[in-house]
Design a protein around this ligand. Structure first.
Ligand SMILES: [Zn+2]
Length: 123
């Protein structure tokens, strides 16, 4: 399980961005994760919620997860397909292995949403 390390990196990066943006408290951290990373979203969220407690600016932040399909391009039949057979990079149309990944390797923070004012703890 590498969700713990990824969550730590996300928390650190989100905190740095929040500090750079005037140290406003963060409401949401929007992330994009390609399927190649084989991350279990609920596990990542659990780690994130645990680690965010170390940072005042993130203590009320919610992780918003967008998953990207794993897409491959086949150089033999020139088509793009969703890869369902990871880690076997075979074109589902012509069964060629002459493929390259065009989407699904990403893992980044898309944006941070800040609270307009300090959250007062009420729901
Ligand atoms: Zn093909």
């Amino acid at each position: 399980m590498h969700e713990g390390a990824i969550a730590q990196a996300l928390v650190n990066a989100a905190h740095n961005v929040a500090v750079e943006n005037g140290s406003k408290p963060v409401e949401k951290v929007l992330i994009v994760v390609g399927k190649m990373h084989q991350i279990v979203p609920s596990v990542l969220e659990t780690y994130f919620d645990m680690m965010k407690e170390d940072f005042h600016l993130l203590s009320n932040a919610k992780l918003v997860y967008t998953e990207q399909e794993l897409l491959i391009f086949c150089k033999d039949c020139n088509t793009e397909s969703i890869l369902e057979t990871y880690p076997i990079f075979m074109c589902p149309k012509c069964e060629s292995f002459s493929t390259e990944v065009v989407q699904g390797e990403e893992l980044y923070i898309e944006s941070l949403i800040f609270y307009k004012e300090e959250p007062d703890g009420k729901e």
